[in-house]
Design a protein. Structure first.
Length: 527
């Protein structure tokens, strides 16, 4: 950051269909907290693609909403509002009139971005909320006026593309005044048009490895919402995917009913009912032509990309690239809860040392994935004290479950939350709802992780850092030794461990023997 002070910054995306606002408080260490997110459908692109001219009514709607959003941002203390306009504006011959009106009436300096720049921002936004590791992904964003396609990894883009294919644009071309059902031959004509115009891009995409696919935008979110409700009979959850088979079912259902009936389909936003078929056609073409069996849904896009771009331009490059999405999300939650960061780091370090030594001793066979979840749970294990110290582990579990940690799926969140719930006092019981909801392997992970986290937390019971190292070693078939390296008398920590000897024996089937070796820091460093 150019300043050591925290700052509030707003990011606004003036899209063809909707205007979105993201308002965040950014700390000097580049962590941030979302203050509010707003979205309002304005249909800026309505009637704009026939003659490349933004309509007066559409301009008035967009300016009004942008002004209201800007007022909200400034009321929260935002000194900077980063605003961009996309497809409908960049193609309009009266673009300058719209941009000038925004400046005069909303005091907004809006940057009109190219299709490739829009694609870059989308990839930054979506990738900032998912855990890709070494995988390469396809990012697909279906807007009102354009569709952006990206091939990329966590931090780099190998391919950027933008097509003049969008839900509003195609609806105005093929489905004007279409209040009834859409006949198969009409849909086929639309499908073939999209396929022809996307052919070159599809050919280029086939040369890349695609390990998984992400879809962003309201169109894809709505299609997934409909699919889950129709096929599974429940609301969509965080890590539900939209399969190709489900998409075909949804398209058939949407085509078969007139507009007014379409508005009432569960999961479909009524204001999107007139353009959803056109948007679904674009997704149909890409999933079919690229043989995508499923696509994951992201709620992130241009506005989140603007945030990442802002951070990168203000010195956060090493922060964003050295830490994974998951790690950044975990540490941001901890700091938002004002946790004891030194204690969190110490507990995590000791928990991992115990995990590694236990594996080396043959006490378990879990690997890198389980180790990573243990580390993040150890970092967050005490955040519930932010709400109330009494029964803090219950509060911690709740926060982990409901904080929308980025990059984690539901199983991982459940394992972390349940481990945090049971690390403090008692081992999980089979009848406990949180534990019983896990499958057998996840239950085994929780049992082991909660036992190790219990030891690690007690080894820093006084938050003083007296214990510098710990490891588990097998003594014989009935005993395991806990070797503790301390730089100070750690009797309080030993007492804490002794309270949980029965729990350790229940998990590992052996009695725990405690062995303390007190040394000076210099002696430990040369050991």
């Amino acid at each position: 950051m150019t300043s050591v002070e925290a700052r509030t910054v707003a990011f606004m995306d003036l899209g063809t269909n909707s205007i979105r606002l993201l308002l965040v408080r950014i700390q000097p260490d580049y962590s941030y907290a979302v203050l509010t997110q707003l979205k309002q459908m304005v249909r800026l692109g309505e009637g704009a693609f026939t003659h490349q001219h933004l309509q007066p009514d559409a301009i008035d709607r967009a300016v009004f909403v942008a002004r209201q959003f800007a007022q909200v941002a400034r009321a929260h203390g935002a000194e900077t509002i980063m605003a961009v306009a996309t497809a409908a504006t960049r193609e309009a011959v009266n673009q300058a009139t719209f941009v000038q009106q925004l400046q005069q009436e909303a005091d907004l300096d809006v940057r009109v971005v190219s299709g490739l720049e829009e694609a870059r921002l989308i990839s930054l936004g979506v990738a900032s909320g998912v855990h890709l590791s070494e995988r390469q992904a396809l990012f697909l964003d279906i807007g009102g006026g354009s569709t952006e396609v990206i091939i990329g990894t966590q931090h780099h883009q190998s391919y950027l593309g933008s097509l003049k294919l969008g839900a509003i644009r195609l609806t105005s071309q093929f489905l004007t005044d279409m209040c009834g059902a859409v006949a198969l031959h009409q849909y086929e004509a639309l499908y073939q048009y999209v396929r022809r115009h996307a052919m070159r891009t599809l050919h280029e995409l086939r040369t890349y490895r695609i390990d998984l696919a992400f879809g962003s935008s309201g169109t894809i979110e709505n299609l997934a919402d409909i699919a889950v409700r129709h096929c599974l009979g429940r609301p969509r959850q965080h890590d539900d995917v939209l399969t190709y088979a489900q998409l075909l079912q949804v398209i058939a259902m949407l085509r078969d009913v007139p507009l007014e009936s379409r508005r009432k389909i569960p999961g479909l936003h009524p204001e999107r009912a007139d353009i959803i078929i056109a948007g679904a056609t674009i997704l149909h073409v890409f999933m079919r032509e690229l043989a995508l069996h499923e696509i994951r849904v992201s709620t992130r896009g241009v506005r989140e990309g603007l945030l990442v771009d802002y951070l990168l331009k203000h010195g956060a490059s090493s922060f964003l690239q050295q830490m994974s999405v998951r790690a950044r999300s975990v540490w941001q939650l901890g700091r938002a809860c004002q946790f004891d960061e030194t204690h969190a780091r110490t507990t995590a370090r000791l928990a991992l040392a115990l995990f590694d030594s236990a594996r080396h001793a043959g006490l378990h066979r879990f690997g890198a994935w389980e180790r990573e979840l243990l580390e993040y749970t150890a970092v967050l294990h005490h955040i519930g004290a932010f709400l109330h110290y009494t029964d803090y582990q219950t509060h911690t579990a709740y926060l982990i479950r409901h904080a929308h940690l980025l990059g984690f799926d539901q199983t991982e969140i459940a394992i972390m939350a349940t481990t945090a719930l049971y690390h403090h006092k008692a081992l999980p019981r089979k009848k406990s709802p949180a534990f019983a909801a896990l499958d057998q392997r996840a239950q085994q992970i929780v049992q082991l992780s909660s036992a190790l986290l219990c030891l690690a937390e007690n080894l820093d019971r006084g938050h003083a850092g007296f214990v510098q190292g710990a490891r588990l070693c097998v003594v014989d078939t009935q005993h395991v030794a806990l070797h503790i390296d301390a730089v100070h008398d750690c009797q309080v920590e030993v007492w804490g461990v002794q309270k949980h000897l029965a729990a350790f024996e229940k998990v590992f089937g052996r009695q725990l023997v405690i062995k303390v070796k007190q040394q000076t820091p210099a002696q430990l460093a040369t050991a």
